[in-house]
Ligand binder design. Structure first.
Ligand code: C5P
Length: 253
C-alpha cells in the first residue's frame, strides 16, 4: 500500500490520494470494531463484501438522483470516490426502536416508530459520538439551518430507497447511519452522501425470522459476521456466483 499517499486511516477504511484531483481511493479493511473500538476483530472477507455492498447502494442512489461520493469500483477492496469535506455529524435514521434509542427510552427493540426519526451525533471518538440537538449543531457552527434541512431530506430519501430495496429481499431496515460531505464544484457547494452504506452501518433484520444480518452479530456475539453479510449480498445479487471467495482478494478490471 506504499504506492500512494495515505490521506486518512479510520477503523474500517483507509483513504488514499486518488488518481485525479478531487478524487480519493477508499480501501475497505477487514477490521471490525464496536463500542468505540473497545471490541475489535478481523473478519476475513468483510472489506470485500462492504466494498461491493456500498457500491450497490450508492449506485442505486445515483440512479434515483441522490447525490453521493461513489465514482467507480476499482477492485475487490477499493473504490474511487469524490473527495469531500465530511460534516462532523453522524446522521441516523430510525424506523424501529433498537440500539441506543431502545436503551435510552426503555423501548422494546423492534417497536415500530410513528414515522422515520432522524437524529444527529457529533463525530468525536474521544466523546463516544454523543447525540446532539439541532440547536447545538447550528450554535456551534457544525452546519447551518439550510444544511440541516438538506441533510434531513437526503437522509429520508436514503431511507426510502434502502427500506424498499431491503423489503424486496425480505429484510427490514431497522435503522442506519450515514455521513454527509461537502462537495465543491468551483464556487458551488452541495451536500452529498459519503463514507459508506453497508451492514456495518445499518441494522437489518430478516422479516420472517428476525435474524440479525448486520454488525450487531459482532457487537452481541450472535454468530459469524461474514456469513450474515454474505447473506445480504447473496439476496441482493451483489456477489456474482463465480466470484472469488471473500478473503482471497484478486484484482478485477
Ligand atoms: O447504536 P445506535 O442504536 O445509536 O445506532 C443506530 C444505527 O447507526 C445503527 O444502524 C448503527 O449500526 C449505526 N451506527 C454507526 N456508527 C456509529 C453509531 C451508529 O454506523 N458510530
Amino acid at each position: 500500500m506504499a504506492r500512494r499517499k495515505k490521506i486518512y486511516e479510520g477503523k474500517a477504511k483507509t483513504l488514499y490520494e486518488g488518481p485525479e484531483p478531487g478524487t480519493l481511493v477508499q480501501y475497505f479493511k477487514d477490521d471490525a470494531t464496536a463500542f468505540n473500538a473497545e471490541k475489535r476483530a478481523t473478519i476475513e472477507g468483510k472489506g470485500v463484501l462492504n466494498n461491493r455492498l456500498s457500491e450497490f447502494f450508492m449506485t442505486g442512489l445515483s440512479q434515483i438522483g441522490v447525490p453521493n461520493h461513489f465514482l467507480k469500483r476499482l477492485n475487490m477492496r477499493e473504490q474511487l470516490i469524490r473527495a469531500v469535506e465530511i460534516v462532523p455529524l453522524e446522521v441516523i435514521v430510525r424506523n424501529y426502536a433498537a440500539g441506543t434509542m431502545a436503551k435510552r427510552l426503555g423501548m422494546e427493540e423492534g417497536t415500530v416508530l410513528p414515522r422515520p426519526l432522524v437524529e444527529f451525533s457529533y463525530k468525536n471518538d474521544d466523546l463516544g459520538d454523543p447525540l446532539v440537538p439541532e440547536e447545538y449543531i447550528i450554535g456551534f457552527g457544525w452546519a447551518s439551518q439550510q444544511d440541516l434541512d438538506d441533510m434531513i431530506a437526503l437522509a429520508l430519501r436514503v431511507n426510502d430507497f434502502m427500506s424498499g430495496v431491503m423489503y424486496g429481499v425480505g429484510i427490514k431496515l431497522i435503522d442506519f447511519k450515514i455521513e454527509i460531505g461537502r462537495h465543491y464544484e468551483g464556487d458551488f457547494q452541495r451536500l452529498i452522501v459519503a463514507d459508506e452504506i453497508s451492514p456495518d452501518s445499518c441494522r437489518l433484520w430478516d422479516i420472517e425470522t428476525g435474524r440479525k444480518l448486520d454488525k450487531d452479530v459482532f457487537r452481541r456475539d450472535l454468530g459469524d459476521l461474514a456469513d450474515a453479510y454474505t447473506e445480504v449480498a447473496r439476496r441482493l445479487g451483489v456477489m456474482p456466483q463465480n466470484n472469488p471467495q471473500p478473503g482471497k482478494p484478486q484484482l478485477i478490471n
